[in-house]
Design a protein around this ligand. Structure first.
Ligand code: R2B
Ligand code: URA
Length: 311
Protein backbone atom coordinates (compact mmCIF):
# COMPACT_ATOMS: atom_id res chain seq x y z
CA UNK A 1 0.00 0.00 0.00
CA UNK A 2 2.86 2.37 0.86
CA UNK A 3 4.44 1.67 -2.51
CA UNK A 4 1.14 2.32 -4.22
CA UNK A 5 0.79 5.63 -2.41
CA UNK A 6 4.32 6.65 -3.33
CA UNK A 7 3.62 5.81 -6.95
CA UNK A 8 0.35 7.73 -6.92
CA UNK A 9 2.01 10.75 -5.32
CA UNK A 10 4.72 10.57 -7.89
CA UNK A 11 2.20 11.36 -10.57
CA UNK A 12 1.29 14.68 -9.01
CA UNK A 13 3.60 17.63 -8.83
CA UNK A 14 4.65 18.42 -5.28
CA UNK A 15 3.55 22.06 -5.37
CA UNK A 16 0.30 21.21 -7.17
CA UNK A 17 1.07 23.07 -10.39
CA UNK A 18 0.61 21.30 -13.71
CA UNK A 19 3.86 20.24 -15.42
CA UNK A 20 3.99 19.61 -19.14
CA UNK A 21 5.65 16.47 -20.45
CA UNK A 22 6.85 18.50 -23.42
CA UNK A 23 10.26 20.23 -23.39
CA UNK A 24 9.39 22.41 -26.39
CA UNK A 25 6.74 24.59 -24.81
CA UNK A 26 8.98 26.55 -22.45
CA UNK A 27 11.36 27.30 -25.32
CA UNK A 28 8.64 29.00 -27.34
CA UNK A 29 8.27 32.81 -27.29
CA UNK A 30 4.56 32.44 -26.98
CA UNK A 31 2.06 29.63 -27.08
CA UNK A 32 -1.11 30.16 -29.06
CA UNK A 33 -4.05 28.15 -27.76
CA UNK A 34 -5.63 28.29 -31.17
CA UNK A 35 -8.96 26.51 -30.50
CA UNK A 36 -9.58 28.53 -27.34
CA UNK A 37 -8.80 31.89 -28.94
CA UNK A 38 -6.24 32.55 -26.19
CA UNK A 39 -2.45 32.85 -26.09
CA UNK A 40 0.37 33.23 -23.62
CA UNK A 41 1.62 36.27 -25.57
CA UNK A 42 -1.72 37.99 -26.08
CA UNK A 43 -3.30 37.30 -22.67
CA UNK A 44 -2.14 37.36 -19.06
CA UNK A 45 -3.20 33.77 -18.49
CA UNK A 46 -2.07 33.68 -14.88
CA UNK A 47 -4.10 36.79 -14.08
CA UNK A 48 -7.13 35.47 -15.98
CA UNK A 49 -7.07 31.82 -14.87
CA UNK A 50 -4.68 31.47 -11.93
CA UNK A 51 -7.48 30.86 -9.41
CA UNK A 52 -9.09 27.96 -11.34
CA UNK A 53 -9.68 24.85 -9.19
CA UNK A 54 -12.37 23.03 -11.18
CA UNK A 55 -12.49 22.50 -14.93
CA UNK A 56 -15.91 21.19 -15.95
CA UNK A 57 -16.29 19.89 -19.48
CA UNK A 58 -19.45 18.87 -21.29
CA UNK A 59 -20.59 18.35 -24.86
CA UNK A 60 -22.70 21.36 -25.82
CA UNK A 61 -22.08 25.11 -25.54
CA UNK A 62 -25.62 25.65 -24.28
CA UNK A 63 -25.42 23.11 -21.47
CA UNK A 64 -22.08 24.46 -20.32
CA UNK A 65 -23.42 28.01 -20.31
CA UNK A 66 -26.35 26.79 -18.21
CA UNK A 67 -23.95 25.02 -15.90
CA UNK A 68 -21.95 28.23 -15.50
CA UNK A 69 -25.08 30.15 -14.39
CA UNK A 70 -26.15 27.27 -12.15
CA UNK A 71 -22.80 26.95 -10.39
CA UNK A 72 -22.64 30.75 -10.01
CA UNK A 73 -25.88 30.54 -8.03
CA UNK A 74 -24.80 27.47 -6.10
CA UNK A 75 -21.48 28.88 -4.89
CA UNK A 76 -22.91 32.37 -4.41
CA UNK A 77 -20.45 33.92 -6.85
CA UNK A 78 -21.12 37.50 -7.90
CA UNK A 79 -19.78 38.78 -11.19
CA UNK A 80 -17.84 42.04 -10.90
CA UNK A 81 -20.26 44.99 -11.03
CA UNK A 82 -21.36 45.91 -14.53
CA UNK A 83 -20.06 42.69 -16.10
CA UNK A 84 -21.85 39.70 -17.66
CA UNK A 85 -20.91 36.10 -18.13
CA UNK A 86 -18.88 36.03 -21.35
CA UNK A 87 -17.92 33.19 -23.66
CA UNK A 88 -14.14 33.58 -23.36
CA UNK A 89 -13.51 31.41 -26.44
CA UNK A 90 -16.29 32.91 -28.58
CA UNK A 91 -13.88 33.92 -31.31
CA UNK A 92 -12.54 30.41 -31.74
CA UNK A 93 -15.98 29.45 -33.13
CA UNK A 94 -15.07 25.96 -31.86
CA UNK A 95 -15.53 25.62 -28.12
CA UNK A 96 -17.28 27.80 -25.52
CA UNK A 97 -15.69 28.68 -22.19
CA UNK A 98 -17.19 30.41 -19.16
CA UNK A 99 -15.39 31.34 -15.96
CA UNK A 100 -17.20 31.60 -12.63
CA UNK A 101 -14.65 32.32 -9.91
CA UNK A 102 -12.66 29.09 -9.43
CA UNK A 103 -14.78 27.15 -11.94
CA UNK A 104 -14.30 26.86 -15.69
CA UNK A 105 -17.21 25.51 -17.73
CA UNK A 106 -16.15 24.45 -21.22
CA UNK A 107 -17.91 22.70 -24.11
CA UNK A 108 -15.93 19.88 -25.72
CA UNK A 109 -18.01 18.89 -28.74
CA UNK A 110 -18.60 15.25 -29.64
CA UNK A 111 -16.07 12.49 -29.63
CA UNK A 112 -12.51 11.59 -28.76
CA UNK A 113 -10.84 13.84 -31.35
CA UNK A 114 -12.75 16.94 -30.33
CA UNK A 115 -12.19 16.59 -26.59
CA UNK A 116 -8.60 15.43 -27.19
CA UNK A 117 -7.63 18.66 -28.95
CA UNK A 118 -9.35 20.67 -26.25
CA UNK A 119 -7.53 18.77 -23.49
CA UNK A 120 -4.10 19.59 -24.95
CA UNK A 121 -4.98 23.27 -24.84
CA UNK A 122 -6.74 23.29 -21.47
CA UNK A 123 -3.87 21.37 -19.83
CA UNK A 124 -1.45 23.94 -21.30
CA UNK A 125 -3.76 26.69 -20.05
CA UNK A 126 -3.46 25.25 -16.51
CA UNK A 127 0.32 25.22 -16.91
CA UNK A 128 0.60 28.81 -18.20
CA UNK A 129 -1.82 30.04 -15.52
CA UNK A 130 0.11 28.17 -12.77
CA UNK A 131 -3.13 26.68 -11.45
CA UNK A 132 -2.72 24.53 -8.36
CA UNK A 133 -4.30 21.07 -8.13
CA UNK A 134 -7.06 21.68 -10.65
CA UNK A 135 -9.66 18.90 -10.82
CA UNK A 136 -11.16 18.06 -14.22
CA UNK A 137 -14.74 16.78 -14.37
CA UNK A 138 -16.60 15.63 -17.46
CA UNK A 139 -20.35 16.18 -17.13
CA UNK A 140 -22.00 14.18 -19.89
CA UNK A 141 -24.72 12.05 -21.36
CA UNK A 142 -24.50 8.36 -22.22
CA UNK A 143 -26.41 5.24 -23.13
CA UNK A 144 -26.95 2.84 -20.24
CA UNK A 145 -26.48 -0.93 -20.34
CA UNK A 146 -29.03 -2.41 -17.97
CA UNK A 147 -29.74 0.91 -16.26
CA UNK A 148 -32.76 3.09 -16.92
CA UNK A 149 -32.82 6.56 -18.50
CA UNK A 150 -32.21 9.25 -15.89
CA UNK A 151 -29.70 7.20 -13.90
CA UNK A 152 -26.47 9.03 -13.00
CA UNK A 153 -23.22 7.12 -13.59
CA UNK A 154 -19.87 7.89 -11.96
CA UNK A 155 -17.22 6.13 -14.04
CA UNK A 156 -14.69 4.03 -12.15
CA UNK A 157 -12.80 2.90 -15.24
CA UNK A 158 -12.97 3.74 -18.91
CA UNK A 159 -12.53 1.08 -21.58
CA UNK A 160 -12.53 1.21 -25.37
CA UNK A 161 -14.76 -0.70 -27.79
CA UNK A 162 -12.52 -3.75 -27.33
CA UNK A 163 -12.80 -3.46 -23.53
CA UNK A 164 -9.16 -2.33 -23.18
CA UNK A 165 -8.47 0.16 -20.41
CA UNK A 166 -6.00 2.30 -22.30
CA UNK A 167 -6.28 4.94 -24.96
CA UNK A 168 -4.81 3.89 -28.31
CA UNK A 169 -3.38 6.55 -30.58
CA UNK A 170 -1.08 6.75 -33.58
CA UNK A 171 1.99 8.97 -33.11
CA UNK A 172 4.56 9.26 -35.92
CA UNK A 173 2.97 6.23 -37.55
CA UNK A 174 3.28 4.07 -34.46
CA UNK A 175 0.58 2.82 -32.13
CA UNK A 176 0.98 3.96 -28.55
CA UNK A 177 -1.17 3.34 -25.48
CA UNK A 178 -1.83 5.58 -22.50
CA UNK A 179 -3.50 4.09 -19.42
CA UNK A 180 -6.99 5.50 -18.93
CA UNK A 181 -6.89 5.81 -15.15
CA UNK A 182 -9.34 7.77 -13.05
CA UNK A 183 -8.86 8.89 -9.46
CA UNK A 184 -10.61 6.25 -7.31
CA UNK A 185 -10.84 8.55 -4.29
CA UNK A 186 -12.83 11.02 -6.40
CA UNK A 187 -15.15 8.19 -7.48
CA UNK A 188 -15.89 7.41 -3.83
CA UNK A 189 -16.37 11.09 -3.00
CA UNK A 190 -18.86 11.58 -5.81
CA UNK A 191 -20.81 8.45 -4.88
CA UNK A 192 -20.96 9.59 -1.26
CA UNK A 193 -22.56 12.85 -2.40
CA UNK A 194 -25.53 11.06 -3.95
CA UNK A 195 -28.54 11.48 -1.70
CA UNK A 196 -30.84 8.43 -1.98
CA UNK A 197 -33.39 10.07 0.36
CA UNK A 198 -33.63 13.25 -1.70
CA UNK A 199 -32.67 12.37 -5.28
CA UNK A 200 -35.57 10.77 -7.20
CA UNK A 201 -33.08 8.74 -9.23
CA UNK A 202 -30.18 6.37 -8.75
CA UNK A 203 -26.48 7.24 -8.80
CA UNK A 204 -24.31 4.22 -9.59
CA UNK A 205 -20.75 3.36 -10.55
CA UNK A 206 -19.18 0.98 -13.04
CA UNK A 207 -17.07 0.81 -16.15
CA UNK A 208 -17.77 3.19 -19.02
CA UNK A 209 -17.18 2.14 -22.59
CA UNK A 210 -15.91 4.88 -24.87
CA UNK A 211 -16.35 4.53 -28.63
CA UNK A 212 -15.36 6.44 -31.75
CA UNK A 213 -18.90 6.41 -33.12
CA UNK A 214 -22.47 6.72 -31.90
CA UNK A 215 -24.04 4.26 -34.35
CA UNK A 216 -22.06 1.22 -35.54
CA UNK A 217 -19.40 1.93 -32.90
CA UNK A 218 -22.03 1.45 -30.19
CA UNK A 219 -23.71 -1.52 -31.86
CA UNK A 220 -26.81 0.40 -32.92
CA UNK A 221 -29.19 -1.02 -35.51
CA UNK A 222 -30.46 2.43 -36.57
CA UNK A 223 -27.47 4.05 -38.31
CA UNK A 224 -27.18 4.63 -42.05
CA UNK A 225 -25.27 1.35 -42.23
CA UNK A 226 -25.49 -1.92 -40.32
CA UNK A 227 -23.87 -5.25 -41.23
CA UNK A 228 -24.80 -7.22 -38.11
CA UNK A 229 -27.99 -8.67 -36.68
CA UNK A 230 -29.94 -7.76 -33.57
CA UNK A 231 -28.66 -11.01 -32.01
CA UNK A 232 -25.04 -9.91 -32.70
CA UNK A 233 -25.74 -6.56 -31.07
CA UNK A 234 -27.31 -8.11 -27.98
CA UNK A 235 -24.46 -10.59 -27.66
CA UNK A 236 -21.94 -7.71 -27.70
CA UNK A 237 -23.86 -5.56 -25.21
CA UNK A 238 -24.25 -8.57 -22.91
CA UNK A 239 -20.51 -9.26 -23.15
CA UNK A 240 -19.81 -5.63 -22.20
CA UNK A 241 -22.28 -5.85 -19.32
CA UNK A 242 -20.69 -9.08 -18.04
CA UNK A 243 -17.34 -7.24 -18.10
CA UNK A 244 -18.78 -4.58 -15.78
CA UNK A 245 -19.65 -1.91 -18.35
CA UNK A 246 -22.78 0.01 -17.37
CA UNK A 247 -22.73 2.85 -19.86
CA UNK A 248 -21.39 3.96 -23.25
CA UNK A 249 -20.26 7.39 -24.36
CA UNK A 250 -17.62 8.95 -26.62
CA UNK A 251 -15.01 10.92 -24.65
CA UNK A 252 -14.08 9.25 -21.36
CA UNK A 253 -11.08 7.23 -22.55
CA UNK A 254 -9.01 10.13 -23.87
CA UNK A 255 -10.24 12.31 -21.01
CA UNK A 256 -9.02 9.74 -18.44
CA UNK A 257 -5.79 9.01 -20.29
CA UNK A 258 -4.64 12.59 -20.91
CA UNK A 259 -5.56 13.92 -17.46
CA UNK A 260 -3.75 10.95 -15.88
CA UNK A 261 -0.72 11.54 -18.12
CA UNK A 262 -0.66 15.19 -17.00
CA UNK A 263 -0.98 14.23 -13.31
CA UNK A 264 -4.40 15.88 -13.06
CA UNK A 265 -7.17 14.31 -10.96
CA UNK A 266 -10.30 13.71 -12.98
CA UNK A 267 -13.82 12.30 -12.78
CA UNK A 268 -16.55 11.42 -15.28
CA UNK A 269 -20.21 11.86 -14.31
CA UNK A 270 -22.87 11.13 -16.95
CA UNK A 271 -26.61 10.69 -17.09
CA UNK A 272 -28.04 7.79 -19.12
CA UNK A 273 -30.54 8.86 -21.79
CA UNK A 274 -31.81 5.33 -22.42
CA UNK A 275 -31.21 1.68 -21.61
CA UNK A 276 -29.51 0.19 -24.67
CA UNK A 277 -30.80 -3.28 -23.77
CA UNK A 278 -34.27 -1.91 -24.66
CA UNK A 279 -33.49 0.02 -27.83
CA UNK A 280 -31.29 2.38 -29.79
CA UNK A 281 -33.27 5.56 -30.42
CA UNK A 282 -33.04 8.43 -27.96
CA UNK A 283 -36.69 9.31 -27.55
CA UNK A 284 -37.34 10.75 -24.12
CA UNK A 285 -39.27 14.04 -24.43
CA UNK A 286 -37.19 17.20 -24.45
CA UNK A 287 -38.42 18.40 -21.02
CA UNK A 288 -37.58 15.02 -19.47
CA UNK A 289 -34.14 15.04 -21.11
CA UNK A 290 -33.46 18.56 -19.85
CA UNK A 291 -34.31 17.54 -16.30
CA UNK A 292 -32.11 14.44 -16.59
CA UNK A 293 -29.16 16.51 -17.83
CA UNK A 294 -29.34 18.64 -14.67
CA UNK A 295 -28.66 15.56 -12.52
CA UNK A 296 -24.88 15.22 -13.08
CA UNK A 297 -24.65 19.01 -12.63
CA UNK A 298 -26.33 18.74 -9.23
CA UNK A 299 -23.82 16.10 -8.11
CA UNK A 300 -20.87 18.13 -9.42
CA UNK A 301 -22.18 21.23 -7.67
CA UNK A 302 -22.38 19.34 -4.35
CA UNK A 303 -18.79 18.26 -4.89
CA UNK A 304 -17.53 21.74 -5.74
CA UNK A 305 -19.33 23.33 -2.80
CA UNK A 306 -17.89 20.76 -0.44
CA UNK A 307 -14.38 21.23 -1.79
CA UNK A 308 -14.66 25.01 -1.51
CA UNK A 309 -15.86 24.70 2.09
CA UNK A 310 -12.60 22.84 2.87
CA UNK A 311 -10.36 25.62 1.55
C1 R2B B 1 -22.54 11.43 -25.33
O1 R2B B 1 -23.44 12.03 -26.13
C2 R2B B 1 -22.81 12.40 -27.37
C3 R2B B 1 -23.44 11.62 -28.49
O2 R2B B 1 -24.81 11.83 -28.55
C4 R2B B 1 -21.35 12.13 -27.16
O3 R2B B 1 -20.60 13.31 -27.09
C5 R2B B 1 -21.31 11.47 -25.88
O4 R2B B 1 -20.19 11.06 -25.30
N1 URA C 1 -24.38 9.34 -25.86
C1 URA C 1 -23.80 8.24 -26.40
O1 URA C 1 -22.62 8.26 -26.75
N2 URA C 1 -24.55 7.14 -26.57
C2 URA C 1 -25.85 7.09 -26.22
O2 URA C 1 -26.50 6.05 -26.41
C3 URA C 1 -26.44 8.24 -25.67
C4 URA C 1 -25.68 9.36 -25.49
Amino acid sequence: AAKERAEADDEYNFDGTVQLKNPHIELMDQDILYHLALGSGSHDLQEMFGEIKFVCLGGTPNRMKEFAYYIMDEIGYKLPAGTQLQDISAFSYRYSMYKVGPVLSISHGMGISSIGILLHEVIKLMYHAKCKDPIFIRIGTCGGIGIEGGTVVVTNESVDGQLRSSYEMTVLGKTIYRPAKLDQKLVREFLALADPAQDPYETVTGKTMCTYDFYEGQGRLDGAFCDYTEADKMEYLQRCKDFGVINIEMESIVFSALTHHAGIKAAVVCVALLNRLNGDQVMAPKEVMNEWQKRPQILVSRFIRRQLAKI
